[in-house]
Design a binder for this molecule. Structure first.
Ligand code: HPA
Length: 248
């Protein structure tokens, strides 16, 4: 069963026919909310809103370990992470949908491994390719079958938040090779890897990153919601197509 973790603009999955909800207790504390189980066109899926149902959990406060543990506990076969981002690359303006293929982690102080604790052997997972290639391909195929244009590939910079970046920070990230910037991609991706769950992301560009394009003089929040609303309905379509085309 696929799991969908929704971010800003996707706190519910309206095309999921809900069968039940479950509050999962984990060794790491509380997940962001109850896991919602259901079906899309008869195929099972589960959903978790990363920031909670009331969108009250800031990116640095999300209990990523509890979220991932809960999803793993319910035998997810893959995770699609949906998150809004700022676009650094010129062609990544508001409304673009991106399937990233790499990550740079600028976050700090987050609990980012399951492999710690008294009796836990130190383990170094391979993270050369942070996103699962076949899940990325399935997202791409689902989008193509709906005639939706998506940008394939991009380096995601994970920042600490909750504040947005300075223009100089964005310039530095660009020099590092980043194309888009968000606050929640890490440690989510690596925790999924530690648990052996294929993980891929659909990123929706909400705004030009600080100092770029329409954000040259600041990031204006008034237009963000409209942009996200429109793009998220496309993302729902992609997810619906992807889940319903699963075998089994
Ligand atoms: N920076 C970081 N995270 C974001 C942004 C941004 O500009 N927009 C949406 N999420």
């Amino acid at each position: 069963m696929l799991a969908i973790i929704g971010g800003s603009g996707l706190t519910t999955l309206s095309n999921l026919e809900v069968s039940h909800r479950e509050v999962v207790r984990t060794p790491y504390g509380e997940p962001s909310g109850a896991l919602v189980f259901g079906g899309i066109c008869g195929k099972p899926a589960m959903f978790l809103p990363r920031h909670g149902y009331g969108h009250t959990i800031a990116p640095h406060m999300v209990n990523y370990r509890a979220n991932l543990w809960a999803i793993h506990h319910h035998q997810a076969t893959g995770i699609i992470s949906v998150a809004s981002v700022g676009g650094i690359r010129d062609d990544l303006g508001p409304g673009e949908i991106v399937i990233p293929n790499q990550i740079i982690d600028y976050t700090w102080g987050r609990k980012s491994t399951f492999f710690e604790g008294v009796d836990t052997p130190v383990t170094h997972v391979d993270f050369t390719e942070p996103y699962d290639a076949s899940l990325r391909q399935r997202i791409q195929d689902a989008a193509a079958s709906l005639n939706l244009s998506v940008k394939v590939g991009g380096v995601y910079a994970a920042t600490q938040g909750p504040r947005l970046e300075s223009a100089a920070e964005i310039n530095r990230m660009e020099r590092d090779g980043a194309d888009l910037v968000g606050m929640t991609g890490m440690p989510e991706a690596v925790l999924a890897r530690e648990l052996g769950i294929p993980y891929a992301a659909i990123n929706v560009v909400a705004n030009h990153a600080a100092g770029r394009g329409s954000s040259a003089n600041g990031i204006h929040f008034d237009s963000l919601e409209t942009v996200l609303h429109e793009a998220m309905s496309k993302v729902r379509g992609i997810i619906e197509r992807l889940v319903s085309s699963q075998s089994g």
